[in-house]
Design a protein around this ligand. Structure first.
Ligand code: CAA
Length: 426
């Protein structure tokens, strides 16, 4: 077909609770700058006992369905690393909570943090074949590492829902992708473990190797040169990783790219985040317009600071992380119309994909900045003791339980009965 295909609508949801890394640092006797500057993280979202990937996913998808109905939606692709069952797709519970039509296919897709990108590309394929159809893609994860391990401060929770259609309102996905797969044990989660196993140092080099491979494949496939890409988004297990990736890409291409992520003690508040984004956004157009030669000769602004604002407060959301970065960019950069964005998706194990998309003029009319910041601000902080107790609490499917009502979100995990998980509208 000739019609462009891509992301028509996008929404981000997160959990009820938050853990502040300043509190975490104090409890552990660590310098708070280890997290704010060393990892580029201020906080992490943490689910209440009556929340999981299903409740966050339904919360992200509900406003999209409310806005545009279910017409033509025949596929729901649910990407997650932290699924709730070995057999049944977590998307089935979302399908039920949102009263979606029964004339649909609902499946779960897995490859660590990468699988949302596979789902997105599959959705583009479906819409290419049947331009009248739309596909609901949901990425939802709870990132959990063992207590008292280096990964612990990079935990997090979040969901991004995207509606893929022809003639999209936000992003037109371009056909060329750079791909890289390599069998590596950098991060994984055995079937009998509720926390991820990770070789931290190896995971960082495996990520950068995948970027090298995907970038060179993009060139081999005839993709755009770095100078033809206006903004770059990366999978953000912690936002400092996006900076490492950006430095790496600058090395691969010889291009002078921005490498500053928002940093400092005030970056955690909504007001400061917005101010930082405004200044980041302000330097872009000014440099592009060449109004000031001293600005124009600095590194090119590809949105690194702007795209990391949400994630430094969410923590890692695995499959959703790259797309939370996309939300942050779309919500804060006012100069994106017609611009080309490069997106690097990485999933341990490992798969890397570098693809590109064009921003549709008028995208800024669909900003959800205030709703997202409100949701981040509304999270209820946990004391470190309360957080550790919640982290340690694990439900066995063998015992029937009714979960306490805690979440203020629209959907809740009601409990386990007869070994099956049950959900309800809150
Ligand atoms: N002030 C400022 N900076 C400080 C500091 C201080 N007081 N103390 C330490 N730092 C800096 C260090 O210099 C270091 O910076 P660089 O990375 O630039 O060298 C940074 O803080 C991290 O400190 P360490 O090197 O001591 O590393 P760590 O023990 O904190 O572990 C980690 C870091 C390995 C990433 C760990 O957080 C981890 O295992 N995370 C989970 C795995 C992960 O996210 N891997 C990313 C790639 S894999 C992937 O992307 C898939 C996925 O989602 C999991």
């Amino acid at each position: 077909g000739t019609a462009p295909i891509g992301i028509d609508d996008i929404e981000l949801a997160t959990s009820h609770h938050v853990v502040r890394l300043d509190d975490f640092a104090e409890a552990n006797g660590t310098d708070p700058n280890k997290f704010r500057l060393g990892l580029g993280q201020d906080e992490f979202s943490f689910p209440a006992p009556d929340e999981d990937v299903v409740t966050m996913a339904a919360a992200a998808a509900a406003p999209i369905i409310q806005r545009s109905g279910t017409e033509g939606i025949r596929t729901l692709l649910f990407a997650t690393e932290s699924g709730t069952d070995q057999s049944k797709a977590a998307g089935m519970a979302v399908h039920s909570l949102l009263d979606l039509p029964s004339q649909m296919r609902v499946v779960e897709v897995k490859e660590a943090c990468y699988s949302a990108t596979a789902a997105l590309q599959a959705a583009v394929g479906i819409v290419t074949r049947s331009p009248g159809q739309r596909v609901l893609v949901i990425a939802s994860d709870v990132a959990r590492y063992e207590l008292d391990t280096p990964g612990e401060p990079t935990q997090g929770a979040g969901a991004v829902a995207m509606l893929v259609s022809a003639d999209p309102k936000l992003l037109e996905i371009e056909p060329v992708s750079g791909l890289n797969s390599a069998d590596v044990d950098d991060f994984w989660r055995p079937n009998d473990s509720t926390t991820a196993i990770v070789d931290g140092a190896l995971s960082v080099t495996a990520y950068l190797d995948a970027l090298t491979g995907a970038w060179s494949d993009l060139a081999a496939q005839g993709g755009p040169a770095i100078a033809e890409i206006d903004r770059v988004l990366y999978h953000q297990p912690f936002t400092k990783m996006a900076k490492k990736a950006q430095v790496h890409l600058a090395g691969l291409t010889g291009e002078d790219l921005d490498t500053e992520i928002v940093a400092g003690a005030d970056a955690g508040s909504a007001g400061a985040g917005t101010a930082a984004a405004n200044s980041a956004a302000a330097s872009g157009p000014a440099a592009a317009a060449g109004a000031d030669n001293s600005v124009a000769t600095g590194p090119r602004d590809t949105g690194l600071a702007t795209s990391t604002l949400y994630n430094r407060r969410l923590g890692n959301s695995y499959t959703a992380s790259l797309y939370a970065g996309l939300c942050s960019l779309l919500d804060h950069d006012e100069d994106l119309a017609g611009k080309r964005i490069g997106l690097f998706s990485y999933g341990s194990g490992s798969v890397g994909e570098f693809f590109t998309a064009r921003v549709v003029p008028g995208y800024e009319q669909h900003s959800h900045r205030l709703t997202v910041i409100e949701a981040l601000d509304a999270r209820v902080p946990l004391s470190i003791d309360a957080y550790r107790a919640l982290h340690a609490a694990e439900l066995s499917s063998a015992e029937d339980v009714t979960t306490p009502k805690v979440t203020a979100g629209p959907f809740r995990f009601a409990g386990i009965k007869g070994r099956a998980r049950h959900y309800e509208r809150a």
